[in-house]
Design a protein around this ligand. Sequence first.
Ligand SMILES: [Zn+2]
Length: 64
Amino acid sequence: MSTIYQGNCARCQRKVRTAENFLKAHLWASTAVFHWNCFLALMKEHGETAAEEARWKASRIDRV
Ligand SMILES: [Zn+2]
């Protein structure tokens, strides 16, 4: 088993493995992991505002 445990998807709470398409994003003051599909679904559910906000938070955290 060479899969590396990455954490739980912030949307569906299932484990994310490196073998899957996933996205690591700095959100809510911590690194959140999403399945790529989950991230896309999240953006569809919450619209572009959520994406903008996430990006804004990410850039803000990076500067701290
Ligand atoms: Zn997921």
